[in-house]
Ligand binder design. Structure first.
Ligand code: FE2
Length: 387
């Protein structure tokens, strides 16, 4: 981090949050002059009644639905969703769901007026024309996608994941209602919560960290340490849901400008090659990447330990930093996250291909606090298998 270079903090224009704020969707649509709305969600949320809940609120508007978003959505899904948006002549897109739904909804909104194939927009700042207005409504507390300029998509043939980064992916409004997460099952709560924790920790030790992202990152780390266990094991506890949703938001605000590092850099090929859920991949890798990165950001890891409530007074900087890893491992164990890559069915023979792919993820290689080397990544992955 250097103060000689400009530090930029980007954030979306409007965040509406609080228990019950889903009721204000009509006003938010009206603010953005939406009349022909495409509601993007998935079949699970339809079964849970959330799609009907939002559709009922939008009576009087011309609303079409696209509910065919799968976990780890493909480029094909984005194409289909964009086609639905164009066919409906949508002037506003609502994303209602977890990270997969929100990423597809953001891309579809951008593709209404950009006629190229989604493949052409992979990478950084490749989308030329502004999106139609979009409102993002998360139903998990983890992704942060509602406030970021990123969408991550699966390239099925290449068995990998790649991101689209563009200011045109930023939502016009994020609407965060913790009541929407009250029915989220424990395993999903745990995985998405660990994704949020990974965003915050990676943003805090990032080379692009800065005071604004530091604030949100440390707040997110503290909130998740204090409340994620309760959200997992007492799912209807609204205060815990509220705190974890705010932590997810704060994590998104932190990594939206500070970026993520090699936990995400390795989790992407793990997801792409083995269909491991993003939050689980992150959670299993997190302590191992932290251990490898620690030497490059010792004081920062000590501060993470402190934010997680570990007793660091009187400890050496190294011992204090190690406490951050202890805290992460305890949290993971308490919420039922698998410990080793073996537990996910990954063979050791996969290491080379995972590392080859990860080395190409420059969005994660460059911000990582320790210079990323092939040997380093092999070392990390070897350590993530059961000894
Ligand atoms: Fe993530």
């Amino acid at each position: 981090m250097s103060f000689a270079s400009p530090q930029v903090f980007g954030a979306i224009a409007r965040i509406v949050h609080g228990a019950g704020v889903i009721a204000s969707v009509p006003q938010e649509v009206q603010r953005l002059n939406g009349a022909r709305v495409l509601l993007v969600s998935d079949m699970g949320l339809q079964r849970a009644g959330l799609v009907a809940q939002v559709t009922d609120l939008l009576q009087g508007l011309d609303v079409a639905q696209f509910l065919d978003v799968e976990p780890d959505p493909s480029l094909e899904t984005v194409r289909s969703c964009a086609q639905a948006a164009r066919a409906h002549r949508a002037d506003l897109v609502i994303g209602l769901g977890g990270g997969s739904v929100l990423d597809v909804a953001k891309c579809a909104a951008a593709l209404v007026h950009n006629q190229g194939d989604v493949h052409e927009y992979l990478g950084i700042d490749k989308i030329p024309v502004a999106a139609v207005p979009k409102i993002m409504i998360p139903t998990t507390a983890g992704t942060g996608s509602e406030v970021t300029n990123v969408a991550v998509l699966s390239l099925k043939a290449e068995r990998t994941k790649k991101g689209i980064v563009s200011r045109h992916l930023l939502a016009d409004c994020a609407l965060l209602d913790p009541e929407l997460t009250l029915g989220l099952p424990p395993a999903m709560t745990a995985a998405t919560g660990m994704d949020a924790l990974t965003h915050a920790i990676e943003a805090y030790v990032s080379r692009f960290a800065q005071p604004l992202t530091d604030y949100f990152a440390l707040q997110a780390i503290g909130k998740l340490s204090a409340h994620l266990r309760i959200a997992v094991h007492h799912g209807t506890n609204l205060p815990a849901r509220q705190e974890t949703m705010m932590a997810s938001l704060f994590g998104g605000l932190a990594f939206g400008s500070a970026a993520t590092g090699m936990v995400h850099g390795l989790a992407m090929p793990l997801g792409g090659q083995f269909n491991i859920a993003h939050g689980i991949a992150n959670a299993v890798l997190l302590p191992h990447v932290m251990r490898w990165n620690m030497v490059a950001a010792m004081p920062r890891f000590a501060q993470i330990a402190q934010a997680m409530g570990q007793p660091v007074a009187g400890l050496s900087p190294q011992d204090a930093a190690l406490q951050a890893i202890v805290a992460v491992e305890h949290l993971s164990a308490d919420i039922g996250i698998p410990r080793w890559l073996d537990d996910l069915g990954i063979p050791r023979s996969a290491i080379d291909a995972l590392v080859d792919d990860a080395m190409t993820n420059m969005r994660q290689v460059l911000p990582n606090p320790r210079d990323v080397t092939r040997d380093g990544l092999v070392h990390i992955l070897n350590g993530a298998f059961r000894p």
